[in-house]
Design a protein around this ligand. Structure first.
Ligand SMILES: CC(C)(COP(=O)(O)OP(=O)(O)OC[C@H]1O[C@@H](n2cnc3c(N)ncnc32)[C@H](O)[C@@H]1OP(=O)(O)O)[C@@H](O)C(=O)NCCC(=O)NCCS
Length: 224
């Protein structure tokens, strides 16, 4: 017998998640807009990565080593993200931009990655430009992105069942960011995550299920 999850409307056995159609990302939180990239973001995005690359994005975000070295490559990346959203049937990931709600300044990136249709799950991550850290923006953007992932499709969410977050145990600000979300720590793999310049470090992982997340207040539901 196939059971149905009443909120997200997919069978509990043999999940066959499909993305909402149309698919777009335009999210708002207390201080931030998190939205799909547009072509006009390319210059600021490119400059931000260049400014933040050394001793900040690197060594934690391996993509920063080779990607966004030219404005053309950033423009190409944005086109790829636009295409990803334009094709819900094959949707696997999208990088989104984090912007200050009041100044519209580009602050960093987050997104939905590694969507798995069989478990209706995805991964998320985050980065904040070097000169804007220290304000808790990553936690706020990540919390809003989790709501987007887990909210039912009828409520403008992706209707996924589960979100994963991984980071190196050596990345103290990132570990703290996830810990502040109060979601469940599920993984601690010793020396399983190689970071350039550091070598093997511990891989830490957290997970949150749709019934553990308050999509109205963008926070974990406290377990009793
Ligand atoms: C991780 C990152 C996104 C956090 O940015 P942010 O939202 O500005 O986070 P904050 O600087 O406000 O710090 C978040 C928490 O970590 C704590 N923190 C910051 N630096 C720390 C350090 N070196 N050691 C321990 N804790 C630290 C802060 O005190 C804060 O805790 P609080 O909420 O209890 O006050 C940002 O540092 C970044 O972009 N790093 C590079 C990219 C990256 O590592 N991304 C994550 C990959 S998994």
């Amino acid at each position: 017998m196939t059971h149905c999850n009443s909120e997200n409307n997919f069978p509990v056995e043999g999940l066959a998640w499909t993305a909402p159609n149309p698919l777009d990302c335009q999210l708002e939180s207390e201080r931030l807009i998190i939205r799909a990239y547009r072509l006009e973001d390319a210059q600021e995005f490119f400059e931000t990565v260049c400014e933040s690359r050394d001793n900040h994005l690197l060594p934690w975000m391996p993509w920063a080593k080779d990607n966004h070295r030219t404005l053309e490559s950033t423009t190409k990346y944005i086109c790829e993200q636009m295409l990803s959203l334009a094709n819900p049937a094959t949707f696997k990931e999208v990088g989104t931009g984090i912007f200050c709600k009041h100044t519209n300044r580009y602050l960093g990136g987050t997104g939905i990655h590694d969507v798995r249709t069989d478990t209706a799950s995805c991964e998320t991550g985050y980065w904040i430009r070097k000169d804007a850290i220290g304000n808790g923006y990553a936690r706020e953007a990540c919390a809003r992105t989790i709501t987007w992932a887990l909210a039912p499709q009828a409520q403008a969410g992706l209707g996924l069942n589960r979100v994963r977050i991984y980071c190196s145990g050596a990345n103290a600000p990132s570990v703290k960011t996830v810990e502040r979300l109060n979601i469940q720590k599920e993984v601690h793999q010793r020396n399983d995550y190689c970071i350039d310049t550091l070598g093997p470090t511990d891989r830490l992982g957290w997970g949150v299920m749709h019934d553990q997340w308050d999509c109205t207040n963008h926070c974990a539901i406290e377990s009793k």
